[in-house]
Ligand binder design. Structure first.
Ligand code: AMP
Ligand code: ZN
Ligand code: FE
Ligand code: FE
Length: 294
């Protein structure tokens, strides 16, 4: 096991605190040699990150993380080595981001109706990339309506809360196919939080059939027992066991950047799988129709 690989990080292109360049500088400072940037629904940070990585001699893997909805919760799907400049792929991401903007505006309207006066302009400023609930939460915190980000979710914008508006609904299979449509490698993120170890067995066959190739096994806070259980499942379904910290900046997730040992095997197997796809015509992907907004 090595401590120089981190395959799950976020930057200001989604809800991370550091810019892609700052993230790479920090990665260098903590001794990382391989880093993947996996922003939510956005590839906006990848160009800058790749440039910074070249200058710092870090092996950079372009990535993404797509949030999807299942009954009773969420499943996140990571994608690695995407040919993200493909126009068809970018236009799908654009639809998802536009839907996030409308949804963010709607949440602000609902909060205003509740007597909480935050402005859409401020939310937009806080979110430099794809707009998400963490940015709305930050605006509520800043305006003094809540005393923590968690309280904003608990009282207002958590699932089912008075100002909660659902995102564009994608199923986990949709996300897997979307990533595959850019010749990327779909990997299920933090399976123990979402969907949970018991549910996982129900999900894996369908996701593998849709084209999933990996399972995040060496995730920030996972215990040795959890890691063993996931590793066994990865082996059973012939999935690449990946790992990382989900670093967003200090104080957001418990694990510091690079603070999770990940075996080099993860990188080797991802690279081998990516090399097989590179440049081939990927399967097409079509977005399902959007759900009715609240
Ligand atoms: P969105 O994709 O805009 O619905 O936002 C989802 C993000 O909000 C997740 O990726 C988490 O980072 C964050 N989040 C969800 N629930 C909570 C919570 N209870 N407390 C703090 N952050 C949360
Ligand atoms: Zn995030
Ligand atoms: Fe996630
Ligand atoms: Fe993440």
């Amino acid at each position: 096991m090595t401590n120089y690989i981190d395959l799950h990080t976020h930057s200001t292109a989604s809800d991370g605190i550091y810019s892609p360049t700052e993230l790479l500088e920090r990665a260098k400072a903590v001794g990382l040699r391989v880093l993947a940037l996996t922003d939510h629904d956005s590839t906006g940070g990848l160009e800058e990150a790749a440039g910074a990585a070249r200058a710092l001699d870090i092996d950079f893997i372009p990535g993404i993380e797509i949030n999807t909805d299942v009954s009773g919760g969420e499943v996140h799907v990571l994608g690695y080595f995407l040919e993200y400049q493909r126009p068809a792929f970018q236009s799908v991401l654009q639809v998802l981001r536009d839907a996030r903007v409308r949804r963010g505006q709607r949440m602000v309207e609902l909060l205003n109706q509740e007597g909480l006066h935050i402005s859409w302009e401020r939310v937009r400023e806080i979110a430099q990339g794809a707009v998400g609930r963490p940015h709305v939460a930050k605006a509520l915190l800043e305006a003094g309506y809540v005393s923590s980000i968690g309280e904003a979710f608990d009282k207002y914008i958590g699932t089912g809360g008075p100002a909660y508006v659902p995102r564009y609904k994608l199923t986990p299979e949709d996300a897997v196919r979307l990533i595959a449509s850019a010749n990327g490698l779909p990997v299920m993120a933090h399976p123990i939080e979402l969907p949970g170890l018991d549910e996982l067995r129900d999900w894996l066959p369908g996701l593998c059939e849709a084209g999933m190739v990996g399972l995040e096994t060496y995730y920030g806070p996972y215990t040795a027992d959890q890691e063993r259980a996931l590793r066994a499942l990865a082996d059973e379904y012939n999935l690449i066991p990946t790992g990382g910290t989900d670093f967003h900046g200090p104080g957001i997730h418990p694990t510091p950047l690079g603070g999770r040992p990940v075996p080099h095997e993860a990188v080797e197997r991802l690279k081998a799988a990516a090399a097989e796809r590179r440049g081939k015509t990927p399967p097409a992907f079509e977005l399902p129709p959007p759900v009715q907004e609240k």
